[in-house]
Design a protein around this ligand. Structure first.
Ligand SMILES: [Mn+2]
Length: 349
């Protein structure tokens, strides 16, 4: 069954007769179109992709299952007798939804966002391969970069090394704003690279990834510039230990919240629970944050084929922080760790 056929079953389960989709991830996931701008109109009888003239040729090449129509084609016409229409509540702004309802009047509307995220949660073999390639490129960027980091560099120079490598080697873009946070800034879990320079005794947290052939990677490593103090070794080892416990336990069929609990308990047992404020991990795929959510309140199960991060951290305000993040996928009887970069404690001279 094609992805569109599987999706239509979900639409049907929700009582819908068709769907209008605009999120770039949905366009790519269902049709293969990577242009990012367009509208899918899907019913049992119609598979249409509406794009403006900039994208016509690309859409025809990338979305062979779909009929390519001009962006101003009559959507009501395509929907025909369909009265209940699925839309993406997570993606459409309130005003865009109002405009859509005016253009396509007399319908009842059903939010299909959650169903789409659940479909995308579990990856097929093609997706796993694409993600593994994106992870491998990020791994290579790490070894390339750590051998070039020097005291006195700006954080943004480190970010440029990481991003430049991935761009030059494979044409990849950053998967999100690269985090390079050093010294006191490493206590900011998402400190974007700034003009701060690297100083002796700084932690340096690098959290980055790439977007390669539609799929993303996400990795975090923390190193020390110069000589580490004992408190730095201590929290590094605690985070590494907690991460290892969670990774070893990860397997299909378990509750994502139970996985989070394993790492959280480990960190709490060392007395640093209050300094680990964020979720343990998240799914990664077409988007950088997708299902499964690996957090205390998550209702998700880890299932065979899910790809997700495990990224505990400890952040001491005004002093510094450590986060270590790998990407994994759940196999039928356990897990495989996609990220290969070393996690050995590193002091960069
Ligand atoms: Mn992450």
């Amino acid at each position: 069954m094609s992805r569109t056929e599987v999706f239509l079953q979900k639409v049907n389960d929700l009582g819908g007769g068709g769907a209008i989709l605009r999120a770039p991830e949905s366009l790519f996931y269902l049709s293969g179109f990577s242009g990012g701008e367009g509208t899918l109109v899907i019913t049992r009888d119609a598979r249409c992709l509406l794009v403006d003239s900039r994208y016509t040729l690309q859409a025809k090449a990338e979305a062979p299952e779909y009929e390519i129509l001009p962006y101003n084609a009559d959507i009501s016409d395509i929907l025909g007798a369909v009265t209940s229409v699925c839309y993406e509540g997570d993606f459409l702004s309130a005003s865009a939804f109002e405009r859509l309802k005016q253009k396509v009047s007399g319908k009842t509307w059903v939010d299909v966002s959650e169903a789409l995220l659940m479909l995308r949660k579990t990856k097929d073999t093609m997706e796993l391969n694409a993600i593994a390639n994106a992870v491998a490129l990020a791994d290579d960027a790490f070894s390339y970069t750590v051998s070039r980091i020097k005291k006195g560099m700006h954080e943004y120079e480190v970010a440029a090394l990481l991003e430049g490598y991935m761009r030059r080697e494979a044409g990849a873009q950053p998967a999100f704003d690269t985090v390079c946070a050093s010294g006191f800034r490493s206590a900011l879990p998402h400190g974007a690279a700034s003009d701060k320079t690297l100083q002796d005794g700084d932690f340096l947290t690098m959290d980055y990834g790439c977007l390669l052939n539609g799929y993303r990677s996400d990795i975090t490593r923390t190193v020390v510039i110069g000589k580490a103090e004992s408190w730095q070794k201590e929290i590094y080892n605690i985070v590494l230990y907690a991460q290892g416990l969670a990774e070893n336990a990860a397997k299909g069929g378990m509750d994502a919240s139970a996985l989070d609990q394993i790492a959280r308990d480990a960190i709490s047992n060392f007395g640093y629970g209050e300094y680990f404020g964020h979720a343990l991990g998240h799914g990664v795929g077409l988007a950088i944050h997708e299902y499964p959510t690996v957090s205390p309140k998550s209702m998700h199960k880890i299932e065979y084929g899910d790809v997700f991060t495990i990224e505990p951290g400890v952040y001491l305000p005004d002093r510094g922080g450590v986060r270590i993040e790998d990407m994994l996928y759940a196999t039928p009887d356990g897990h495989a760790i996609l990220t290969k970069s070393t996690k050995e404690f590193m002091e960069i001279q």
